[in-house]
Design a protein around this ligand. Structure first.
Ligand code: DQA
Length: 145
């Protein structure tokens, strides 16, 4: 049997992890996160496809691709979390197609600036995990299984 697929998608500015506000996001780079995700996914019997983009359109295309591939999604939408109805609508396409979509954040947006308290994605996600750094991604994989 082939391992169930999971798309692990990260949005804008997350390619700068490691040097981007380490007091908030920690010292792990995106490569560190992708390596840890790949290892944990293998341990859980999942096939992880890890990607990052700074482009809203590309991210939306990947969410459509997840639906077409029958893949679940772990998504850190970055700042799109707080205002992108287009990303929200694409997430809704994932979850209404019967796939799971776990929203993740490294930091805890609820404990930060007011504008980060709103997630337009949360209402169409299967669930949200925030505030645990790299572990947020690994916990999301565990939630999927
Ligand atoms: C983030 C939180 C967002 O508010 C922010 O815009 C990000 C990262 C996080 O992982 O904590 O880019 O999604």
């Amino acid at each position: 049997m082939t391992a169930p697929k999971v798309f692990v998608l990260s949005g804008p500015n997350l390619n700068r992890l490691g040097t981007r506000q380490p007091e908030i996001y920690g010292s792990d780079t995106l490569v560190d996160i992708h390596d840890a995700v790949t290892a944990e996914a293998q341990r859980l019997g999942l096939a992880a496809d890890c990607r990052q983009t700074n482009s809203e359109g590309e991210l939306i295309g990947w969410l459509h691709e997840a639906v077409d591939d029958g893949a679940d999604v772990v998504l850190n939408p970055g700042a799109f979390t707080h205002y992108s109805y287009a990303v929200r609508d694409a997430c809704a396409i994932v979850t209404t197609s019967g796939r799971s979509l776990i929203e993740v954040h490294l930091s805890n947006p609820a404990a930060r600036e007011e504008f980060r308290h709103t997630s337009v994605v949360a209402g169409v996600a299967t669930g949200t995990i925030a505030g645990f750094g790299l572990q947020s991604y690994l916990l999301a994989l565990r939630a999927l299984v």
